[in-house]
Write a protein that binds this ligand. Structure first.
Ligand code: ADP
Length: 251
């Protein structure tokens, strides 16, 4: 008995294995960068800096930064694979987004203050309920708000706005919109379609300097998909960036 495999099937399978190879190559590269730095500093500590306590102190500080970078990368990779494996299971607990956003803003408060960023919440006072996974939704909004602070720059305003929609055009049904807006420099239009790809960054050097792994928005996208929601990104140099998460409302 033969199985008929179409040309489209073959190209699809090939595309998937190519993606897998690219992913492994990317992960290896991302892990190797801090590893190479760590090995270099260990060598220096064993040799030239052996009897120099001032240099030792400084190098150990840098080594800690590099080790933390690897740690963040491994955590983000685990989050991503966890979310991907659950993508077909729709979360069903009822989550109050007003409460959740309030709690996230309180915990991010000190980071914003340090960057002199004003955090503004615009939300109705009543609870806004969606079916969801609380930890994952916390991760979505934390990533978006932290990005707005990081990439929007100092001395700006980050607004988180919640709106209930009786019929959201993107969902063709009742939904909730959470908009995270910054008044930063914005993102060039050419980057927008690729922003949620794993390891895609507008400026790799800047992202690394800020402690980014390049996986934040990929994780956001997968979690939003799992919630049967939509992610919309708008940006302009004059107005800054707006990341909109649209989630189906509780039936
Ligand atoms: P990273 O770990 O690099 O922050 P993300 O997946 O969270 O990775 O974001 C991908 C890239 O999108 C970032 O490197 C940055 O270039 C860009 N980006 C994300 N959010 C914003 C924003 N609010 N303003 C400008 N650029 C942004």
């Amino acid at each position: 008995k033969g199985v008929l495999v179409s040309f489209e099937d073959i190209t699809h399978v090939e595309a998937i294995s190519q993606m897998r190879r690219d992913f492994v190559a990317n992960v290896s590269h991302e892990l190797r960068t801090p590893l190479t730095a760590l090995m270099g500093f260990i060598e220096t500590l064993q040799g030239p800096a052996k009897n120099d306590p001032v240099a030792q102190e400084r190098f150990l500080g840098i080594m800690m930064t590099e080790a933390s970078r690897m740690n963040r990368l491994v955590s983000d990779l685990l989050s991503l694979s966890q979310v991907e494996s659950e993508e077909r299971i729709r979360p069903s607990l009822s989550i109050d987004l007003t409460l959740l956003i309030g709690s996230i803003l309180r915990s991010i408060g000190p980071v914003a203050e340090k960057a002199r960023v004003a955090l503004v919440k615009e939300a109705p006072s009543d609870p806004i309920l969606v079916p969801g996974d609380e930890d994952q939704l916390r991760q979505v909004f934390t990533n978006l708000i932290e990005n707005a602070i990081k990439y929007g720059g100092n001395d700006q305003t980050v607004t988180v706005k919640l709106t209930q929609m009786e019929r959201d055009p993107a969902l063709r049904g009742p939904g909730v919109r959470v908009e995270v807006c910054d008044t930063g420099p914005g993102i060039d239009q050419v980057h927008l379609p690729r922003l949620t790809e794993r390891f895609y960054r507008v400026d790799s050097h800047r992202s690394r300097e800020m402690g980014g792994t390049g996986l934040g928005l990929a994780i956001v996208k997968h979690i939003v998909n799992r919630h049967r929601g939509r992610l919309k990104i708008d940006s302009s140099p004059e107005e800054g960036s707006r990341f909109t998460v649209i989630l189906p409302a509780l039936d």
